[in-house]
Design a protein around this ligand. Sequence first.
Ligand code: NDP
Ligand code: 8X3
Length: 253
Amino acid sequence: MEPLKGWTALITGASAGIGEACALALSGAGAQLVLAGRRRDRLEALAAKLRTPSHVLELDVRSRSEVEAALGALPAPFAEVDILVNNAGLGLGLEPAQSASLDDWEAMIDTNCKGLVYVARVLLPGMVQRNRGHVVNLGSVAGTFPYPGGNVYGATKAFVHQFSHNLKADLVGTRVRVTDVQPGMVETDFSLVRFRGDAERARKVYEGMQPLSPADIADIVLFSVTRPAHVNINVVEVMPADQGFGPFNVKRH
Ligand code: NDP
Ligand code: 8X3
């Protein structure tokens, strides 16, 4: 069965992790794809594995001019994007706010917030005009639950949550849907990026527990976009069975 046959999906951050898994899942369901990210070689390798047509788009979502130019000039067969998986994002560092790098904070805001809205803003008019579309934003449990060192990363994901709800408010009455998927721990390159290539530190994040896999998240994205047109899944919060909520931290004197 190919429930997404005739649909075009654009995935940001398709070169790794959750984005790559979403590409495999949506292509498996029949969608043709625009695969966006900075690492062209990885996008091309993924394109070669897909069973549906795809278009590789080398794109840094932090650049508003690049996003506007690239998405405004998609080749005709891919120009009408029905599904946006707004997934490109990153966490950088885990230092407390008073010593964290302001450059890292800016990179997270530029990617997770500004990049996400640039892409959405360019694609939304076409979706509304055609009265057909779905924006899936990758939030995080970090947008709801604080943890030490989560400071700006968590704040960017709180932004994603509220932006998703406000998008939904604007789109009421159209057949353009919005879903905020908020995962807990998923084993990808996320921690490797967060710890600047320190593979041992990244490995330890998932040690002795079973994290979610990128395919688990892709499954949720596929489920969300294949509901009947009148059904909008607003938010999905998902954690590994092995993850829970931290207690309040109290400093006793
Ligand atoms: P990965 O590091 O494996 O993948 C991140 C993807 O984002 C890569 O494809 C990368 O592509 C892309 N990306 C990063 N910066 C940019 C940019 N400036 N322009 C374009 N693409 C960019 O991490 P995940 O798959 O885990 O992360 C995907 C999303 O899921 C993120 O938004 C993350 O915050 C979120 N998330 C992850 C969780 C986890 O535990 N892993 C939990 C909750 C949410 P390239 O480098 O080629 O540009
Ligand atoms: C990424 C998961 O828990 O490291 O969003 O913030 S976490």
